[in-house]
Design a protein around this ligand. Structure first.
Ligand SMILES: Cc1cc2nc3c(=O)[nH]c(=O)nc-3n(C[C@H](O)[C@H](O)[C@H](O)COP(=O)(O)OP(=O)(O)OC[C@H]3O[C@@H](n4cnc5c(N)ncnc54)[C@H](O)[C@@H]3O)c2cc1C
Length: 373
C-alpha cells in the first residue's frame, strides 16, 4: 500500500530508530525479561509515546495512521517494546484525552505524552476477562471521593505506570451499567502491585496484578461520569484494537524479514518455499490494508467498531500463523534462538487474546454486520 510521502517518511524514521536502538537489544530483552526503561526513555524523546495527540498537551500532533505505522515498525523488531508503546498510547492515555475534564487533561497528559510517566489500563480481573460485567472491584462513594477494593490481573506496564485507569462498580447489581472509571495514581494509599505474570512471550513487557485495599481516590479523579465506565472502556478498546492489529502486523512482517534473511544465506527456490513466502506476504498485505483503513477511519472521527475488530482479528490470527509458517520454512533452526522466528512466534499469540479475544472480535463483527442496513 502506497501512502502519502509524509507517512512513508515517518515510517522510515521509525524503522531506522528500531534498527538502531532495538534490533540488537530485542534478543537480550527477551532473554532477561527486563523492562527496558532506557528504550522507553528513547521512545519518549522521539515523541513516539504521544503520536496521535495534539501538541497543546505535549503530543506529537500526528494521527492514528502514523501511530499504527510506528506500532508496526517497532513491533517488527521488538514486539515487547511495541506492546508497551500500544498499551501506553491507546489504553493508558486515550481515556484521559477523550473523557477527562480540562483539569485532568492539564494535570496528566503533559506527563503521559512526554513520557515522564507511563499510563496503564485496569479492566481485567481474575474472574472478569471477556465479560467485563462480571468485574468485582467495588467503588464506594464517600464525601470526598471513592474507596476502591478489588484485584486486577494481566495489567500491562502497571508496575511502571504513574496512572492506571481503573474500572470498578458502584453497584454490582447493575452489571456493566454499574461500571465507573477512575484515574488512580500509583502512590495512592491502598494501591499496590501484586504478582508478576510469567508469560509465553512478550517477556520484556510488564504484566502484573494490581491490588486495591481501601484505596482512596479523590472525587477529582473520577473519569467521565459515574456509571459511564463501560462505554469509556469499550470505546478505548475499540481504538486500541487498531494498534494491536498493527502490533500483530509488525510481528508477521518481522517473521517474514527473518525468512528473507535466512533464504539469502541458504537460497532455496523450491515450490514449497515460494508458496510460504507468497502466502505470508499476501496475507500481510491484506492485514496492512485493514489496519491502515481502520486507522484512517478513526482519523476521520468516525467510530468503526466493526472495522477495528476485523483488523485486529485478521492481523492477530495472521501473526500467529505467519510465524509458524516461517519456522516451518527454517526447519529445526527456526526453533532455536539463532533466528528471532521463535521469539516472534511466542510474542504473536497475545494479540489473539489481549484487548478482546478472537471469539469476542467475531461476536462484535457479527453483531455489527447484522445491525447494518
Ligand atoms: C499479555 C497480556 C496483556 C494484557 N494487558 C491488559 C491490560 O493492560 N489491561 C487489561 O485490563 N487487561 C489486559 N489483558 C487481559 C486481556 O484483555 C484478557 O486476557 C482478555 O480480555 C480475555 O480475558 P480472559 O483471559 O479472562 O479470558 P476469558 O474471558 O476467560 O476467555 C477464555 C476463553 O473463552 C472464550 N470466551 C469468553 N467469553 C466468550 C463468549 N461470550 N463467546 C465465545 N467465547 C468466549 C474466549 O474467547 C477465550 O477463548 C492482558 C492480557 C495479556 C495476556
Amino acid at each position: 500500500m502506497i501512502l502519502a510521502k509524509k507517512y512513508e517518511k515517518f515510517r522510515q524514521e521509525v524503522k531506522e530508530f528500531a534498527q538502531k536502538e532495538l534490533k540488537e537489544k530485542a534478543k537480550e530483552i527477551d532473554r532477561t525479561g527486563e523492562f527496558p526503561l532506557d528504550i522507553i526513555e528513547k521512545l519518549a524523546k522521539k515523541g513516539y509515546l504521544s503520536i496521535p495527540y495534539p501538541k497543546e498537551y505535549g503530543g506529537a500532533g500526528l494521527d492514528y495512521l502514523s501511530y499504527a505505522l510506528a506500532a508496526e515498525e517497532i513491533s517488527r523488531v521488538c514486539a515487547s517494546t511495541g506492546l508497551t508503546l500500544c498499551a501506553h498510547t491507546s489504553l493508558g492515555t486515550y481515556p484521559i484525552f477523550r473523557f477527562g475534564n480540562e483539569e485532568q487533561k492539564k494535570k496528566y497528559l503533559p506527563k503521559l505524552l512526554t513520557g515522564k510517566m507511563l499510563g496503564a489500563f485496569g479492566l481485567t480481573e481474575p474472574n472478569a476477562g471477556s465479560d467485563a460485567g462480571a468485574l468485582e472491584t467495588t467503588a464506594k462513594k464517600t464525601e470526598k471521593g471513592y474507596i476502591l477494593n478489588g484485584t486486577k490481573r494481566f495489567i500491562t506496564s502497571a508496575e511502571y505506570a504513574g496512572t492506571t485507569i481503573i474500572a470498578a462498580t458502584l453497584d454490582k447489581n447493575l452489571g456493566t451499567k454499574g461500571i465507573t472509571t477512575f484515574i488512580v495514581e500509583k502512590d495512592f494509599a491502598g494501591f499496590s502491585i501484586g504478582q508478576h505474570e510469567h508469560k509465553l512471550g512478550l517477556l520484556g513487557s510488564n504484566t502484573v496484578e494490581l491490588v486495591m485495599e481501601d484505596c482512596f481516590v479523590p472525587k477529582e479523579n473520577l473519569l467521565g461520569e459515574e456509571y459511564q465506565g463501560f462505554s469509556i472502556m469499550m470505546e478505548t478498546l475499540d481504538g486500541g484494537r487498531i494498534s494491536i492489529g498493527a502490533h500483530a502486523l509488525g510481528i508477521a512482517q518481522g517473521a517474514l524479514d527473518v525468512a528473507k534473511q535466512f533464504l539469502k544465506a541458504k537460497p532455496n527456490k523450491s515450490q514449497q518455499v515460494s508458496k510460504i513466502i507468497a502466502d505470508v506476504a499476501t496475507h500481510i498485505y491484506a492485514a496492512r490494508l485493514m489496519v491502515y483503513d481502520a486507522a484512517i477511519t478513526k482519523d476521520l472521527g468516525i467510530r468503526a467498531d466493526k472495522e477495528c475488530a476485523m483488523a485486529k482479528l485478521y492481523a492477530s490470527e495472521l501473526g500467529t500463523w505467519a510465524c509458524g509458517e516461517v519456522i516451518r520454512l527454517l526447519g529445526m533452526v527456526g526453533l532455536t534462538n539463532e533466528y528471532p522466528a521463535e521469539r516472534f512466534y511466542r510474542d504473536a499469540k497475545l494479540s489473539e487474546i489481549g484487548e478482546g479475544t478472537s471469539e469476542i472480535m467475531r461476536l462484535i463483527i457479527g453483531r455489527e454486520v447484522l445491525k447494518s442496513e
